[in-house]
Design a protein. Sequence first.
Length: 252
Amino acid sequence: MSAIFDLTGKVAIVTGCNTGLGAAMAIALAESGCNIVGVNRAAPADTLRRVEAAGRRFVDIRADLSSIEPIADIVHSAVEAFGRIDVLVNNAGIIRRGDALEFTEADWDAVVDLNLKSVFFLSQAVARQFVKQGGRGKIINIASMLSFQGGVRVASYTASKSGVQGLTRLLANEWAAHGVNVNAIAPGYMATNNTAPLRSDAQRNDEILGRLPAGRWGLPEDLAGPVVFLASAASDYVHGHTLAVDGGWLAR
């Protein structure tokens, strides 16, 4: 049974893997056999060390995905290093908070450009490489609880993550015929830098924990199993699905 989760020799591009959820997913993929192409704005020192400790190669690409300009070079560098690409994890993202009545165009564009526009165009570029290789590949988008819910004071984030879920379905519809699986993971309330303001607000923190059946905030390592599943042959008949990893939040 373990063979269907084995990723030995595969090549995965993971964006935003210098810390948090992205780092945990890159390390999990490496421990399952993947070589990693990490795309980050900041140095991914700890991720690189842990990937190499797992016996895999890590190619460090510095790029700012707030623009689609670096995308062609990212794909070229990955293929040049490893000869192919097998998995893409679209994890890089940001959030901006503000009342909808006061929300600025700059905060809208910054979030939507990174969280949605670059996700589409990087997926497109990698899917073209999958087709060039003869088909087959895995694309894993990182959605959110706000792909399902509205939230408050995060207009552009909610719009972008709702878009990620819709885009995941659209691309699955178009690319399944090429043997490409496009799916998403929707993390729940996770202990990351993005949620630091919520966790530091005692009232809000208690409200969140009170609704969570799991009774705790999620940890980056909670995404290890889901990302390996969606990257492996175990998910070959899973297309267009958004997997909530949320401690039961949506079930409540």
